[in-house]
Ligand binder design. Structure first.
Ligand SMILES: [Zn+2]
Length: 431
């Protein structure tokens, strides 16, 4: 199957400016970019851009819990610890495989309609998340969230890796939940297993201020030493969600390590956790990607919102409009995210790379005045998810002109609301 995007603007690999030309996709890859490309074989689809449409790489939501769409709105406006202990964990205790499947299908609908082609998910019943991704064509990196010190759960994470890693568009990591839910010994065991499997590790780290005190009081260590001792700096890839309270003076110790920081600005702001030292991570050369976190703490799954907020909050808090620029933020939301999930040749519009592409409608009032040179600023500061009119992952349309090809939106919505009702009623009846 081939798709020719004819006379489109597209974002160059440096995310610096827009170029104009044709982009040819065959099967799952971009095979050619240039002027006046030859019309492909019979049966190919031609999409006309006429200079009013833009192709950008698909967004990567680098840290989420997709099925938390079913928990959206529960425990609003509570601090992290109370929110988790009183409202989220008791409800999650009633989650079934069916809930996770439909909650994830709902999340994928939201994400692809705003241009996200790939998500990195930590949750339970991960076979169902993989199944939802396969059934929709979305790309994902999954890990089983591990809490407690039960060896059985580690084995489940390893089994998940063996079963799904590199099957189609799926990658798998090991997913210890956080320093306060997993002991250092278990964490070490997970890190060693991950290193020997060649799997990455996805971990919540220093989301709230009390976690910093917890590391000091419980283990007598600062964050850098804790990461080193736990083995998380000896993996092929360690993805640390949040790092809001990572001390500035310890950031340089992460340089050259396998760590990527996932910045989740909306969730951090909404839970009152604070803001990560993003500019220090960038200046220290630590890779950063962007995530929404779960829908219960964001409450959107829209990377456009994260890009805008990310760029604005750091300028505001630092009283410096030159930091965290639009081009940088766009790279975090695309190619850096794909790399952090373990996908090679994904996240840029480049020949031979994966055809994870988003069509943006530039013929809207808020794009008046854009030019190929100023486009990144227009996208990050003026753009929104509603500008997306088409989303393709690995050469397959997942969203097009308000429709989800091959998916029964009405039927999916019915299943999601049934699961939500079921889940919340289990909680209120004390189960
Ligand atoms: Zn999270």
């Amino acid at each position: 199957m081939a798709v020719l995007f004819r006379d489109f603007f597209y974002l160059d690999p440096e995310m610096d400016k827009a170029l104009r030309g044709d982009v040819l996709v065959e099967n799952d890859r971009i095979i050619s970019i240039g002027k006046d490309l030859a019309f492909p074989d019979d049966g190919a689809e031609v999409v006309e851009g006429r200079g009013g449409r833009l192709l950008i790489p698909g967004f990567v939501n680098s840290h989420t819990h997709a099925a938390m769409t079913l928990l959206r709105g529960l425990g609003e406006e509570l601090p992290l610890k109370e929110w988790l202990e009183e409202r989220i964990w008791p409800v999650e205790a009633g989650l079934t495989a069916e809930h996770v499947y439909w909650g994830t299908r709902g999340a994928i609908i939201e994400m692809v309609s705003t241009g996200t082609t790939c998500f990195s998910d930590m949750y339970f019943e991960m076979d169902e998340v993989a199944r939802a991704a396969v059934d929709t064509g979305a790309r994902c990196c999954i890990c089983r969230g591990l809490t407690g010190n039960d060896r059985k759960k580690i084995e489940e994470g390893i089994e998940l890796f063996k079963k799904w890693d590199r099957k189609g568009n799926i990658r798998v990591m090991l997913g210890p939940h956080a320093p306060y839910t997993v002991s250092p010994e278990t964490l070490k065991e997970i890190a060693v297993s991950a290193a020997s499997l060649g799997a990455g590790v996805h971990f919540h780290f220093l989301e709230a201020q009390w976690e910093l005190d917890y590391l000091k009081d419980s283990f007598g260590m600062g964050p850098a030493l804790y990461l080193e001792k736990s083995g998380l700096l000896d993996t092929v890839s360690t993805v640390l969600a949040h790092c809001v309270w990572f001390p500035d003076e310890e950031i340089e110790s992460l340089a050259g390590s396998p760590v990527t920081v996932v910045h989740n600005p909306s969730s951090n702001m909404k839970l009152g956790s604070g803001h990560a030292p993003l500019n220090e991570f960038i200046r220290g050369g630590i890779p950063v990607s962007l995530g929404t976190d779960g829908a219960a703490s964001n409450n959107r799954l829209d990377l456009w919102g994260e890009m805008r907020l990310c760029s604005l909050i750091h300028k505001g808090f630092m009283k410096d409009p030159t930091v965290v620029g639009a081009r940088e933020v766009f790279r975090m939301a695309t190619v850096e995210g794909a790399r952090s999930c373990g996908f090679e040749s994904t996240g840029l519009i480049r020949e031979g790379w994966q055809a994870d592409l988003v069509v943006v409608d530039l013929e809207q009032p808020h794009y008046i005045g854009w030019s190929p040179e100023n486009l990144p600023g227009f996208l990050v500061y003026a753009g929104s998810g509603s500008d997306v009119i088409g989303t393709m992952a690995a050469g397959r349309w997942l969203y097009r002109d308000g429709r989800f090809p091959g998916q029964d939106l009405h039927g999916i919505m019915k299943e999601i609301s049934r699961c939500r009702q079921d889940l919340v009623s289990r909680f209120s009846s004390g189960r």
